[in-house]
Write a protein that binds this ligand. Structure first.
Ligand SMILES: C[S@@+](CC[C@H](N)C(=O)[O-])C[C@H]1O[C@@H](n2cnc3c(N)ncnc32)[C@H](O)[C@@H]1O
Length: 388
C-alpha cells in the first residue's frame, strides 16, 4: 500500500500543482479572502445558495489549495485504518469507486493512492459543473456525472467503495431522506468482500450521534468504523464525548500561507466518520472482541504509565493504562505517536490485561495496532505459557 500521509503523495502533489497552475505562490494573497469566506461558510452554517460556492474559478482554486488536501488526508487516514482490518479486495479487475458530492475529487485521489498498485475505475458525482470539470483535469480516466444526490440512484451491486466526504449533511439535512440514501448506497456495493460505504463529516456534537443513529437503522450492515461494537455509544453521555478521529497532517506551503489569516490549525485533521459494509458482509478484524479497542483520545504520559481513553470491543469506554517500566524508549515513543481513531489489540500475557477500578480502567502490558505485524510463533508461545 502506498504511504498517503506524506505531502509528496501523488494525489496531494496533483492537487497542489493544479492549484498553483491557476494561482502561483506570489499571487496567493488574492485567494486569502475567498479561503476565509469558505472557512466561515463551512464552520458557521451554510447560506441558502451554498451549492454554488465552487462555481467561481478562484473559489475552486482556493478549495484545491486549502480544503481539498485536508479532505485527502482525512480520507487517506480513514481508509488506511479500515483496510488494515478487512480482507483484501478481489483481484483481476479495477476497483470501482463512487465519490458522491465529490467537489474536486480529492477523496478519489486519496483512494487511488491508498489502494495502489490496484487500478481504480472511479465515478465522481456532484451537482457543480465547475467542480466536475476540475475533476476531469485532476483525475485521468474518471467518469463524472452531474446529479443531485437526493435523486441520484447508483447502479445496484456495482461499487467496491463509496465515499461521501463532507457532503452528506449538506445534501441530506432531513433524517428520513438520509436513511433512505444510505440504504440506496449500501445496496450499490458489490457482493464481493470487503465492499464498503465511507461517510466523513466535521467532528462536532451533531454529526457523530447522527452517524451513529444511522448505523443503528442499518443493522444488517457490518460497522467498519468508528465503533468496534454494536452497543450504544459510551461517549455520548460524556461531557467531551464527540466520537471522532484526529490525524496529524503536514500541510504544504500554499495551505500554510492561506491559513495564516484564517487562524485555524492545519497541523491535524479531525472528522466524524461512519463506514458500513454491504448487508451480510464480513465483520472487520476485532469487531465485538473484548480485547480489541479504538483510541478515543490522545495517548498521554502519567505517573509510571501511558494512558489514553479507549472504546472497547465489548462496548465499554475505559481509561487504558500501559505501565512504562517494561517498555523500551523506542516503544514508548511509538505508543505516544498513536492517534485518536487507531485500533489495537490488548497485548502481553493474559495476567497483564486487567480491568481495574470497577471496570473503568483497562490495563495492558502493550498494544498491537492493526497496522503492526501479527504475533510471531515466539509471541504465541509466551501467550500459551501465560494461560497455563
Ligand atoms: C464541502 S464540499 C466537499 C467536497 C469533497 N467531497 C471534499 O470533501 O473535499 C460538498 C460538495 O457536495 C456537493 N453537493 C452538496 N449537495 C449536493 C447535492 N444535493 N447533490 C450533488 N452534490 C451536492 C457540493 O457541490 C460540493 O462539491
Amino acid at each position: 500500500m502506498t504511504r498517503c500521509d506524506e505531502p509528496t503523495a501523488p494525489g496531494l502533489a496533483r492537487l497542489e500543482a493544479w492549484g498553483l497552475a491557476r494561482c502561483p505562490l506570489r499571487d496567493l494573497p488574492r485567494l486569502e479572502p475567498i479561503a476565509a469566506q469558505l472557512t466561515q461558510a463551512f464552520t458557521d452554517g451554510r447560506p441558502a445558495a451554498f451549492h454554488s460556492y465552487l462555481d467561481a474559478a478562484d473559489a475552486l482554486t482556493a478549495y484545491a489549495l486549502t480544503f481539498a488536501p485536508q479532505t485527502y488526508a482525512r480520507v487517506a487516514a480513514a481508509l488506511t485504518g479500515i483496510l488494515a482490518r478487512l480482507p483484501a479486495f478481489p483481484e483481476g479487475r479495477p476497483l470501482r469507486v463512487l465519490d458522491l458530492g465529490c467537489g474536486l475529487g480529492s477523496a478519489t485521489l486519496a483512494a487511488r493512492d491508498c489502494l495502489a498498485p490496484r487500478t481504480l475505475a472511479p465515478t465522481c458525482v456532484d451537482w457543480s459543473a465547475a467542480a466536475l470539470q476540475a475533476v476531469t483535469e485532476l483525475i485521468p480516466g474518471v467518469r463524472t456525472q452531474r446529479a443531485d444526490l437526493r435523486a441520484f440512484v447508483p447502479e445496484r451491486q456495482a461499487y467496491d467503495l463509496i465515499v461521501v466526504s463532507f457532503a452528506f449533511n449538506e445534501a441530506f439535512p432531513d433524517p428520513i431522506a438520509a436513511e433512505a440514501a444510505l440504504r440506496r448506497w449500501v445496496d450499490a456495493l458489490t457482493p464481493d468482500a470487503p465492499a464498503f460505504l465511507l461517510i466523513l463529516e466535521p467532528a462536532d456534537r451533531a454529526n457523530a450521534p447522527r452517524l451513529h443513529a444511522l448505523a443503528r437503522e442499518l443493522a444488517d450492515c457490518p460497522i467498519y468504523a468508528p465503533c468496534p461494537h454494536r452497543a450504544p455509544c459510551p461517549l455520548f453521555p460524556a461531557r467531551d464525548g464527540v466520537c471522532h478521529d484526529v490525524r496529524r497532517f503536514r500541510p504544504a506551503r500554499p495551505l500554510i500561507l492561506l491559513s495564516r489569516k484564517i487562524r485555524r490549525t492545519v497541523s491535524d485533521v479531525k472528522f466524524a466518520l461512519l463506514a458500513l459494509g454491504r448487508p451480510g458482509g464480513p465483520e472487520a478484524e476485532g469487531f465485538g472482541h473484548p480485547d480489541f479497542l479504538r483510541l478515543t483520545g490522545p495517548m498521554d504520559k502519567a505517573k509510571g504509565v501511558l494512558t489514553c481513553r479507549v472504546c472497547m470491543g465489548d462496548g465499554a469506554s475505559r481509561r487504558l493504562e500501559i505501565p512504562v517500566a517494561a517498555l523500551s524508549a523506542e516503544r514508548r515513543h511509538a505508543l505516544l505517536g498513536r492517534q485518536r481513531g487507531d485500533c489495537a489489540w490488548l497485548d502481553g500475557p493474559l495476567d497483564t490485561r486487567k480491568r481495574l477500578v470497577a471496570d473503568t480502567v483497562q490495563r495492558a502490558a502493550d498494544l498491537r495496532f492493526t497496522d503492526e505485524p501479527p504475533p510471531t510463533l515466539d509471541d504465541l508461545d509466551d501467550f500459551a505459557f501465560s494461560i497455563d
